[in-house]
Design a protein around this ligand. Structure first.
Ligand SMILES: [Zn+2]
Ligand SMILES: [Zn+2]
Length: 130
């Protein structure tokens, strides 16, 4: 069985399911995300800096959640998150819709781009269901 050094805590572990960090760090990360999620559930539309202060989770990590599509910012918050290809403001993930369509077309013509199902207003940030 392959073993790896956890890049976060330097412990040796055996990766399961393509995990790059050890189970303990995965758990810690999940707990942090859970804190942010719980906070946003009670404080819909909270500013990222406030969320960071209140949860103790860095804004960098919260941005990562946004990039991963686990959270999203609402419309009207321009320049918060930008498409990594063309720089257009986006709400979640890495690319704007046009670019993600191009990207997925390049990957496979069969792939269909997931439709944005939300046009909710009022919240700066909210939880996206998995
Ligand atoms: Zn670790
Ligand atoms: Zn784009």
């Amino acid at each position: 069985m392959a073993i790896k050094n956890c890049p976060k805590c330097k412990k040796i572990f055996s990766p399961v399911g393509g995990s790059v960090i050890c189970p303990e760090c995965v758990k810690a990360e999940e707990e942090e995300f859970e804190k942010v999620r719980t906070y946003l559930r009670d404080n819909r539309g909270a500013d990222i800096n406030v969320v960071s202060d209140e949860t103790g989770v860095s804004t960098k990590k919260i941005l990562k959640y946004l990039r991963e599509g686990r959270l999203e910012v609402s419309e009207g918050i321009a320049d918060f998150l930008k498409c990594e290809k063309c720089g257009v403001p986006i709400r979640s993930g890495q690319y704007c819709r046009a670019c993600s369509e191009k990207v997925s077309k390049n990957l496979s013509s069969v792939l269909v781009v997931k439709e944005e199902n939300s046009n909710k207003s009022g919240a700066k940030m909210h939880i996206r269901r998995k």
